[in-house]
Design a binder for this molecule. Structure first.
Ligand code: MIC
Ligand code: SF4
Length: 643
C-alpha cells in the first residue's frame, strides 16, 4: 500500500510511537521559527531549560508582530530576543526584514524537512513540501533544545485539484472554498494534502497562500508536493541545492477526498466574524466599503503585489476608502521599488506600511466605528481589528485592489482579460538583515539584554488530588484565542508580562472575568465546541493559569490551545455527554475527587456540581506523557523532573 507525502515525511522523522492515526507520535524537528509576540516567552523558557546552544539544523527568530513601538516595551523585547539569539545559536531576522512565514519560505524552508513555529500560520512552509506545524512557545523551546515534538498522528485528507484558475480568480479563493466546505473545525486532527493535475498550475506563493490559511481549518498542517514549480522557485531564490522532488505514491490511501475544480471557482469573501462564513463576491453584492488592507502572511508575496500594482496603476483610490499595503518582506518591497510597481501603488494613494504583520494583529489601522473593511488577511474574528463593531471581510488581493478603486465590493473578473503575471527568474537576494549567531566558543561574551517589562512566567504547581472550584466563566462555541487573550497595539506590548496581560483576559467577552477569577482563587472555565481556535499564543493558557484556572471543560478543543493548556498544567476536559453543558451555570461550584489518580489511570473524571446537586462525567483523552505532564504541573516541571 502506497504512502501519502505526509506519512512519508512523518515516518522519516518518527522518534516515538507508531504511525497509527489518532495515537500520539513524537517527531524530530529540523527547523524552528519564532516571532516576537510569542518569542520572548519561548526564549525565556529555552533559557530555563539550560541548554547552551540550539540543536536544530536551523532556528530563526523573526521580529514582525510587535513593531509599533509606542513605548519601550516592544523595543526592549526585540533587544532581548536579539541577544538571546546571538548567544544560543539562533538566526535573528531584524525588524524590517519581513513577516516570518514569508521570509522563511523565501530564504530558509526546505522540502521534506520538519518545521515548528510559535505561530499558527507556520504551515505556510507546506507550500514547498515541508511538514510545517504551528505550536506553543514552550514546545518550540523544547524542539530548539533537541527535544521531540509530539502530535496526534493525523488523518490525511486528499484535496484533489483539477482544472486551472480563471483570470482574476486567486489562490485565496481556493482556500476560502475549502473553508466554506469544511468549516473552521473541519481540519482538526488532519493534514490537508494537495494533489492532482491542478497543482502544477499553481506557483509556490499561491500554494503558500493555501497552506497558510489552512490553519483556519484547525488542521495540523497542509502540504503541497515538491515538484518542478518548487525547483524553479528555489532556483530563483538561489538555493536550488535545497530542492528534492517529493510526492505521494500513486496508490497512496487517504482518509478523505475533497475534489476541487479550479476552473469552476469564483471570487469569494469570508464574511464577519469567521473565516468559514464564506459567500461569493457576487452574492454579497456591491457593498460600500470604508477600508482596504492588503498584506499579511497569507497574501503579501511579490506575485500578489504585482497584481495589485497593475490594478492600481494610473488610478486613484476611491475618496471614501483608505487603502494600506504591507508587502511581506524586504525582498518583496525592494523588488517592487526597483521595478516601479511601488510607485504605481503610492501614486494611486495607497498608504505603504512596513513589511510586518501590522493591522492583521491590530497593530494600527483599526477601522472607523462600524466600518466595513476588506482585508487579504486570514482572520476576521470579532474585535481583532481593534474596532469592536467593525465588519471585516477576507478577500483576495485582486478583489481588494479593484474594490479600493470603486469604493464598493467588486468582482475582479469584471476587469476582463488578465495579463500574464510571471515570477522573476531571479529574486533579489540580500540577507543583510538576518544576523548569524556568534560562534559557540564565544557565547559567554554575549550579555542578555533584559528590559524592565520582562517578568518571569507563572510557575504552576503539581496537580492537587482534589479540586473544589467555581465556574468563573461560561462561554459558547468556537471561542478563539483572540477572545481568550486579545492582541492589538495596546495589549501586545504586555506579552512578556503575564501578571499585567492577564488583566485583559477574556476582555472581549466579559471584562469582569480577570478580577472575579483572582477573587475566586481557583476556578474552572466552561466552553462549547472548538474552544481555543486560532492563534498559537500560549498566553491564552498562561493568563488563565496566573488567574487560578485549574480546568477548562468544553465540548471540544482546538489542537494548539489544548497542547498549550497541558503545557501550562491546566486540565483540558470534555463533556462525556454534551447535554451536561446546559446543566452548568457560571458561578456553580464543582468538586472533583481523586484527580491525580484518575488523570494518571482513567479516561474520565467524575465531577459533582455541588450547587445544583448532580454528578456527571468528563473525558480526559490524553497520552501517558500528557498525563504525567499534568500531574507534574506542566511541561517545564515535567522536563525538570525527567531531566
Ligand atoms: C495571529 O495571527 O493570531 C498571531 C498573532 O500571528 C498568532 C500568534 C500570536 O498570538 O502571537 C498566531 O497565529 O499564532
Ligand atoms: Fe502576522 Fe497576521 Fe500572519 Fe499572524 S496571521 S503571522 S499576525 S500576518
Amino acid at each position: 500500500m502506497g504512502l501519502t507525502l505526509t506519512e512519508k515525511i512523518l515516518s522519516q522523522h518518527l522518534v516515538s510511537g507508531k504511525m497509527i492515526k489518532g495515537s500520539e507520535i513524537g517527531i524530530k524537528i529540523d527547523q524552528t521559527l519564532t516571532q516576537d509576540a510569542t518569542g520572548t516567552m519561548a526564549y525565556l523558557e529555552f533559557e530555563a531549560m539550560g541548554v547552551p546552544r540550539v540543536k536544530t539544523e536551523k532556528s530563526v527568530a523573526y521580529i514582525d508582530h510587535n513593531t509599533l513601538q509606542s513605548g519601550f516595551e516592544n523595543a526592549d523585547d526585540h533587544r532581548f530576543i536579539g541577544s538571546i539569539c546571538k548567544k544560543h545559536g539562533v538566526y535573528f531576522s531584524r525588524p524590517g526584514n519581513g513577516i516570518c512565514h514569508q521570509v522563511h519560505l523565501e530564504r530558509f524552508g526546505k522540502p521534506g524537512k520538519t518545521l515548528i513555529g510559535s505561530d499558527s500560520h507556520t504551515p505556510t512552509g507546506g507550500g514547498i513540501g515541508m511538514i510545517a506545524i504551528g505550536a506553543g512557545g514552550m514546545d518550540v523551546a523544547v524542539a530548539m533544545g533537541g527535544g521531540t515534538y509530539y502530535i496526534t498522528c493525523p488523518k490525511v485528507v486528499k484535496i484533489n485539484l483539477t482544472g486551472k484558475l480563471s483570470p482574476w480568480v486567486s489562490a485565496k479563493d481556493v482556500i476560502l472554498e475549502v473553508l466554506k466546505r469544511l468549516s473552521v473545525k473541519g481540519g482538526v486532527g488532519k493534514v490537508m494534502e494537495y494533489t492532482g493535475e491542478g497543482v502544477k498550475t499553481l506557483s509556490v506563493p499561491e500554494r503558500a497562500t493555501i497552506t497558510n490559511m489552512g490553519a483556519e481549518l484547525g488542521a495540523t498542517t497542509s502540504i503541497f508536493p515538491s515538484d518542478e514549480v518548487t525547483r524553479e522557485f528555489l532556483k530563483a531564490q538561489k538555493r536550488e541545492e535545497d530542492f528534492v522532488p517529493l510526492s505521494a505514491d500513486s496508490d497512496a490511501v487517504y482518509d478523505e477526498v475533497v475534489e476541487i475544480n479550479l476552473s469552476e471557482l469564483v471570487p469569494l469573501a469570508a464574511c464577519p466574524h469567521s473565516p468559514d462564513n464564506v459567500k461569493s463576491v457576487d452574492e454579497i453584492g456591491k457593498m460600500k466599503i470604508d477600508q482596504v488592507l492588503i498584506g499579511s502572511c497569507t497574501n503579501s508575496s511579490l506575485l500578489d503585489m504585482l497584481k495589485v500594482a497593475h490594478i492600481l496603476k494610473g488610478k486613484t483610490v476611491h475618496p471614501d476608502v483608505s487603502l494600506a499595503i504591507a508587502p511581506g518582506s524586504k525582498q518583496v518591497l525592494t523588488m517592487l521599488a526597483q521595478n516601479g510597481a511601488l510607485s504605481d501603488m503610492i501614486a494611486a494613494g495607497a498608504r505603504i506600511l512596513e513589511s510586518a504583520c501590522g493591522p492583521c494583529i491590530g497593530m494600527g489601522q483599526s477601522p472607523n466605528s462600524g466600518g466595513i473593511s476588506l482585508r487579504t488577511f486570514n482572520r476576521n474574528f470579532e474585535g481583532r481589528s481593534g474596532t469592536k463593531d467593525a465588519k471585516i471581510y477576507l478577500v483576495s488581493p485582486e478583489t481588494a485592489a479593484i474594490s479600493a478603486l470603486n469604493g464598493y465590493l467588486t468582482n475582479p473578473c469584471d476587469m476582463g482579460d488578465m495579463p500574464e503575471f510571471i515570477l522573476p527568474d531571479e529574486f533579489l537576494i540580500n540577507d543583510n538583515m538576518v544576523e548569524a549567531p556568534i560562534d559557540a566558543d564565544k557565547m559567554d561574551s554575549v550579555e542578555i539584554l533584559r528590559g524592565p517589562n520582562i517578568k518571569p512566567f507563572p510557575v504552576s504547581k503539581p496537580m492537587e488530588n482534589e479540586i473544589t472550584a467555581g465556574v468563573s466563566l461560561k462561554v459558547g462555541d468556537n471561542i478563539t484565542t483572540d477572545h481568550i487573550m486579545p492582541a492589538g497595539a495596546k495589549i501586545l506590548p504586555l506579552r512578556s508580562n503575564i501578571p499585567k496581560i492577564s488583566e485583559h483576559c477574556f476582555e472581549v467577552v466579559d471584562e469582569t472575568f480577570p478580577k472575579r477569577a483572582l477573587e475566586m482563587g481557583k476556578s474552572i472555565i466552561v466552553g462549547g465546541v472548538n474552544y481555543g481556535q486560532g492563534s498559537s499564543r500560549e498566553h491564552a493558557a498562561l493568563a488563565p493559569l496566573y488567574l487560578g484556572v485549574k480546568m477548562v471543560l468544553t465540548k471540544s478543543f482546538a489542537r494548539i490551545h489544548m497542547a498549550n493548556l497541558i503545557n501550562a498544567g491546566i486540565i483540558p476536559a470534555t463533556f462525556k455527554n454534551e447535554a451536561d453543558y446546559d446543566r452548568i451555570s457560571a458561578g456553580d461550584m464543582l468538586e472533583i475527587k481523586g484527580v491525580c489518580d484518575r488523570v494518571k489511570n482513567a479516561d474520565t473524571l467524575v465531577i459533582k456540581n455541588v450547587t445544583k446537586g448532580f454528578e456527571f462525567e468528563a473525558q480526559i483523552n490524553l497520552s501517558e506523557r500528557q498525563r504525567d505532564m499534568l500531574i507534574a504541573g506542566g511541561l517545564l516541571n515535567y522536563t525538570k523532573n525527567n531531566g
